[in-house]
Design a protein around this ligand. Sequence first.
Ligand SMILES: Cc1cc2nc3c(=O)[nH]c(=O)nc-3n(C[C@H](O)[C@H](O)[C@H](O)COP(=O)(O)O)c2cc1C
Length: 353
Amino acid sequence: MPQKIALERPILPEFVNFPICLAPMVGLSHVSLRQLVRHYLPEGARTIWPTEMLNSRRLPHERLGQTPETFRSREDADIVPQILGNHPDEIKKSVTKLEEWGIAGVDINMGCPVKKALKHNYGVALMGDPEYAADVVKMAKNSTSKPVSVKLRVGTQNDENFLVQFAQGLQSAGADWITLHPRTAEQKRRGKADWNQIRKLRQELSIPVIGNGDVQTSEDAKRLLEETQCDMVMVGRALTARPWLLWQLGEDWGWPAPQGREEQKAPRTAEEEGREFGLAQVLFLKSLMQFYPESLGLRRFRFFVTNSHQWLEFGHSYFKCIQKATTYEEMLMAVETFFAQSKRMSQRTDLRY
Ligand SMILES: Cc1cc2nc3c(=O)[nH]c(=O)nc-3n(C[C@H](O)[C@H](O)[C@H](O)COP(=O)(O)O)c2cc1C
């Protein structure tokens, strides 16, 4: 029997019993990455799944499930799509439409630091207006019976007190949980995520807090849970390279192996991880082939490799070798040929992307 992780403050939706989830990432957290990461989820474990960020201005006019950002597989039941926006009507229409489509909850982006977001007052710009940000949560809550969460950065400055007050405002507005990526808007993804801010927020809020930022290994994930007492850990970039991090953690916590990998142990050594890296690249590519037209799928594959190759020893030669392929068939051949010889994977990289 799996050892159920006792979530001190259960994340809503209540089916969640495994305290690790994938981060929303534009160009990455689509149906194929979800499929790849789910391949390594211990049997019986359930968590929440993101989408790429969806623009609430466009969403009401789109056919969900027909756009590259909303392609969805049969297993994609527990998704919590992330929306970006600030306009009441657009948020209402988007959330209603998503609920009809079938979701486990909806996440509001208040962390996007790009110039366009600042100019149009959404993403992290909402942190500049706590009252309005709380209203955005209320608008979403009024439009759905599903849980509503918010993903935050620490804001535009490194001000702990501001962060706590801001998040308390969202809590009072009805947010069901908060995810914190503790970098300022200006830092983008540079520098180091300050986990102290996750600990602080967890102490000050009564709703669950998901901690995020710079987790690269299963040991990092355990350390983030222990040091901050956060309720769950969200992992982004490292899951493009080490999706079996879920399997490693499950094994450490007494869960069974993922379906189809029964009787096997999670890869741990540099050689074992190097081998699994090659398998995961092929799985991901084959999933893209199933869902995406060729040119779009190849673009997405290259972007995935841009992120994941950094954990591979001599990964730049892999990155180079996949640039020439112009068809799915050529890409598959290039990947399989590259990994025909054993490769090693690093524990850590300096997280440049
Ligand atoms: C390519 C890329 C795209 C991202 N897009 C989003 C996004 O759309 N919404 C969001 O909330 N965060 C986005 N992020 C931030 C991640 O969700 C996460 O907060 C950040 O990468 C830190 O976590 P990590 O160190 O585990 O990668 C993005 C990150 C990357 C690398």
